[in-house]
Design a protein around this ligand. Structure first.
Ligand code: HEM
Length: 472
């Protein structure tokens, strides 16, 4: 620990605020795009004939917005908060942090604009326009350098598990980005490139979103509950399990493809290993909450973490089913897959980000959350919405798969799927409304930041009572 500075002066708070604020803005864009595209499936597209908002482009704006506008921005803001606190050192340069914030968000904006203008890169999940790829790679390297500097400075200390997770994610992310955006485009077209693309899709979630999301929750949960995590050994077992198994999973996205069968079988075996990782995390989280179950009722951030962990568990159980060849024969290319994607990226990782925003945002502005009841509505609408959407898309996927297997004409399959697409669109309404309530709460909390708070003790008090403490 750097003895000259208190942990409060280590953090670049304006950067935390900027990243979180822009993340919330992108979440609004994401849900509007998702809802528009869902309406397309019902022949009710809101922008018919508008080329710039044509459905295929809006779908890509939706997914790219999820990954880079919403989740990555929120993660970068929260890394700005946790890494200096855990290492005792500032990021390399706050000024550089501002430059990176500007460059990164200019690139996200340019990505969305160029995709809508029809310049997407023709690689699944790497639709970021080709012209931007080198700049994004350089920007990510800059971010990594800024964040890893304090980790390097603190190398004599024993790291809390959050530092392990975040550090690993930061080392992997530039490699993942370069692999997914450059190799299939310039060196490995065709089936070889598809194998690489599967790695990119998988590793973007598994080696960036997952370690950062899990690492951040390992930080927040002990603070909220004012007690150490149940088991440090288990947390590190999960970390090393992820580092070992996750990179070997990716071909499971392309089962029954021309990729050699040994690689497909190996990816299935490695996917089983991933279960160890997920169960350690879920067990550790709930074992930490054990004895404080009332926090699930009276603490919104704890509830978000628990709900995210529940989604993580269900995602994992679902993964165990969908990774088998038997299930793949049915569900591949069906609506089952977006069902899975929403439960992971919204139900799990976005829920964990919500936990952070409800904990940190009022503290950043030294005020109270504007409205507890808006926060309650946000929770329940989002929770119910994502569960209905998930179950609906799983059902649609199984039905479509069996119909295709029986060689039912494609148009009949579309007709049969229509009620499921209605439910998907209707389940999007609570998600959409909840996102607006969340954004209003965030905005109003900021707006009322100058109002005096009668009792400031809540700013440092964790939800279970007592002073804030480090999660070690
Ligand atoms: C109003 C709420 C939402 C609606 C109606 C909605 C709808 C959709 C639709 C229609 C698709 C395309 C599915 C397809 O091509 O068959 C999609 C894809 C996707 N959405 Fe959403 N979405 C919503 C919110 C979200 C949120 C909040 C997230 C994450 C934070 C998210 C993450 C994704 C992902 C990752 C995919 C890609 C799935 C894949 O490629 O398999 N969505 N969404």
């Amino acid at each position: 620990m750097n003895k000259n500075e208190s942990s409060e002066t280590l953090v670049s708070y304006p950067l935390v605020k900027l990243h979180l604020a822009i993340a919330v803005f992108y979440l609004l864009v994401v849900v509007l795009a998702g809802m528009s595209f869902a309406l397309q499936f019902l022949n009710m597209y809101p922008f018919p004939g508008v080329e710039l908002l044509s459905p295929g482009r809006v779908r890509m704006a939706h997914t790219q917005g999820v990954a880079y506008g919403w989740l990555a921005n929120a993660f970068f803001g929260l890394i700005h908060y946790v890494i200096p606190k855990l290492t005792g050192y500032r990021v390399y340069s706050e000024k550089f942090g501002y430059v990176l914030f500007g460059v990164y968000n200019a690139l996200v904006l340019a990505t969305e604009a160029l995709i809508l203008a029809g310049h997407a890169q023709a690689i699944e999940w790497a639709e970021t326009p080709q012209i931007l790829d080198p700049f994004i790679a350089l920007g990510v390297i800059g971010l990594v350098f800024n964040f890893l500097y304090p980790v390097w400075k603190a190398r004599g200390q024993s790291y809390y598990v959050t530092v392990w997770y975040v550090t690993a994610a930061l080392v992997w992310t530039p490699l993942v980005y370069v692999m997914g955006n450059f190799l299939p485009q310039y060196w490995l077209p065709g089936a070889g490139g598809a194998a690489i693309t599967s790695m990119y899709i998988h590793d973007l979630v598994g080696l960036f979103v997952t370690p950062v999301g899990v690492g951040l929750s390992y930080y927040l949960l002990p603070i909220l509950l004012r007690k150490p995590i149940y088991s440090h050994a288990l947390s590190l077992t999960g970390f090393w399990g992820l580092a070992f198994f996750y990179p070997m999973n990716s071909v499971h996205h392309y089962l029954f493809s021309p990729i050699p069968m040994w690689a497909q079988y190996a990816s299935i075996v490695a996917s089983v290993g991933i279960h160890v990782v997920v169960y350690t995390v879920i067990f550790n989280f709930f074992a930490t909450v054990q004895g404080d179950w009332r926090c699930l009722v009276n603490s919104i951030p704890v509830r978000w973490i628990a709900a995210g962990a529940l989604c993580y568990l269900l995602t994992c159980i679902q993964c165990a089913i969908q990774v088998t060849m038997t299930a793949q024969e049915i569900i591949h290319f069906t609506d089952w897959v977006p069902g899975h994607a929403h439960l992971v990226l919204y139900g799990t990782f976005s829920f964990w980000v919500f936990a952070w925003v409800y904990y940190l945002w009022p503290r950043l502005w030294k005020t109270k959350l504007y409205s507890e009841s808006l926060a309650e509505w946000h929770f329940w609408l989002a929770f119910v919405g994502v569960f209905v959407m998930w179950l609906d898309l799983l059902g649609a996927g199984v039905m479509q798969g069996y119909m295709w297997k029986q060689l039912v004409p494609f148009v009949d399959v579309l007709q049969a799927t229509k009620p499921f697409w209605w439910v998907r669109m209707l389940s999007g309404i609570p998600i959409l409304v909840s996102t607006f309530l969340f954004a209003i709460n965030v905005y109003m909390t900021w707006k009322h930041r100058h109002e005096a708070v009668a009792d400031e003790s809540f700013l440092t008090a964790p939800l279970a009572g007592g002073p804030e403490q480090k999660p070690a």
